[in-house]
Design a protein around this ligand. Structure first.
Ligand SMILES: NC(=O)c1ccc[n+]([C@@H]2O[C@H](COP(=O)([O-])OP(=O)(O)OC[C@H]3O[C@@H](n4cnc5c(N)ncnc54)[C@H](OP(=O)(O)O)[C@@H]3O)[C@@H](O)[C@H]2O)c1
Length: 147
């Protein structure tokens, strides 16, 4: 329970690394906020984590391909009492190029623009909390650029 009383936001928490990260933080006593784009999958992940014990996770629904939804998510997260850790984990690898409603390549929007915007919008809250951390999960391949 080393993180008891701390609030951790994890994006893309319905599966994979994000879900495992949320489970590990919950097991350490942190209050985890799961950011998921699909409410049903988010509720399933939250229920699974809650069943394992520790603080019951909170769910926030946002499609990070939409910069408008990133902004409204940041508004809601800013209303939290504190944010000790922000884990920008949500990401995808698309087999086929898709363009978002904002006009961005979907992978660029979700993997790069969304974490950049969300982090910047939450900087004040993170700084006000104290020694907060921002962790961004990425792909080594991203440094090579388009192939
Ligand atoms: N697995 C690897 O080998 C590996 C290696 C290096 C880096 N990474 C990075 O690690 C991170 C997690 O990867 P993973 O393997 O755990 O992948 P994953 O199991 O596919 O999980 C990706 C998560 O991101 C969410 N997501 C995708 N698009 C989203 C959107 N538009 N809005 C909100 N959430 C969205 C997914 O939600 P849904 O459930 O709704 O799809 C899911 O929860 C990614 O950033 C990835 O680039 C993975």
């Amino acid at each position: 329970m080393a993180m008891s009383g701390e609030v951790c936001v994890v994006t893309g928490a319905t599966s994979g690394i994000g879900k495992a990260t949320a489970a590990a933080l919950t097991a350490q006593g942190a209050q985890v906020v799961l950011v998921c784009r699909d409410r049903g999958r988010g509720e399933a992940a939250a229920a699974e984590l809650a069943a394992a014990g520790g603080p019951v996770p909170r769910l926030e629904v946002a499609d990070l391909a939409s910069m408008g939804q990133v902004r409204t998510l940041a508004d809601r997260l800013s209303a939290l009492e504190r944010i000790d850790v922000l884990v920008n984990n949500a990401g995808l690898m698309a087999g086929q190029r898709r363009v978002t409603a904002d006009g961005f390549d979907e992978v660029f929007a979700v993997n790069h623009l969304a974490p950049f915007l969300l982090t910047n919008l939450l900087l004040g809250k993170l700084a006000a909390t104290g020694p907060a951390r921002v962790i961004t999960v990425t792909l080594r391949r991203a440094h090579r650029g388009p192939s």
